[in-house]
Ligand binder design. Structure first.
Ligand code: PEP
Length: 248
């Protein structure tokens, strides 16, 4: 059985004071969660998030990481810098990174390999654009993204990988994939993992759905057999909404 994992992606929201407040509000609301709970915060709020979540069941993640040990990469952050703060998870390959910051399948792969080698847990995002869905190539797109992102990643490393299937047209738009569509595409990703690794390997990896997930649709999505959690943007910014999803 795969333990569900619900992660919030705060994006470029929540300064230090807001981070402390949100986590203080969240802690009692998610204390009895049956799933893993993660909040992914902007770099400048990570230390405050780690401090505020101490002694609770909430884990902290970053929203990106660079692949190099150090060097001339202005504006980037290394895995060691995140680990030094007590960060456990990192989102890699979010569609906003791909769309606005030139992230490619190849750079996603570099980031994934370094993050895993350093001991971070990775939330790897894949998902098709609207025109790709309309052209009927969603399976090819998610298979390509998954295969390239995981090139050179070992069977053992899979224990530290969560995949977030996020149809790009559903992110921040209020449009949710139907539970059945999300389940079907996640099955395609899982089958791809089984081809790349082994039957058991594909079965053990947790695959989340992300894209306008909210209290009103969380239970239906989470009831699907292939959906093992959610990556939540907008609704993770309010303790009440996020906790309702966590306690779906
Ligand atoms: C996201 O950014 O990963 C996301 C799913 O956003 P939203 O929930 O706002 O659609």
């Amino acid at each position: 059985m795969r333990k569900p994992i619900i992660a919030g992606n705060w994006k470029m929201n929540n300064n230090i004071a807001q981070t402390k407040q949100l986590i203080a509000d969240l802690k009692p609301l998610v204390a009895d969660a049956k799933c893993d709970v993660v909040v992914c915060a902007p770099y400048t709020s990570l230390a405050a998030a780690v401090e505020a979540t101490k002694g609770s069941n909430i884990k902290v993640g970053a929203e990106n990481v660079h692949w190099a040990e150090k060097g001339a990469y202005t504006g980037e952050i290394t895995a060691d810098m995140l680990l030094e703060l007590g960060v456990e998870y990192v989102i890699i390959g979010h569609s906003e990174r791909r769309q606005y910051f030139g992230e490619t399948d190849e750079t996603v792969n570099l980031r994934v390999k370094t993050a895993l080698a350093k001991g971070l847990k990775v939330i790897l995002c894949v998902g098709e654009l609207l025109n790709e869905r309309e052209a009927g190539i969603t399976p090819e797109v998610v298979r390509r993204q998954t295969k390239i992102a995981l090139t050179g990643v070992t069977h053992e490393d899979l224990d530290n990988i969560v995949i977030a299937y996020e149809p790009v047209w559903a992110i921040g738009t209020g449009k949710t994939a139907t539970a059945q569509d999300a389940n079907d595409t996640i099955k395609i990703i899982r089958d791809c993992l089984k081809e790349m690794y082994c039957e058991k390997c594909g079965e053990k990896v947790r695959i989340q759905y992300g894209g306008s997930m909210k209290p009103a649709n969380a239970a239906e999505l989470m009831a699907m057999p292939e959906i093992d959690g959610g990556l939540i943007g907008g609704a993770s910014l309010k303790a009440e909404d996020f906790s309702k999803i966590v306690n779906y």
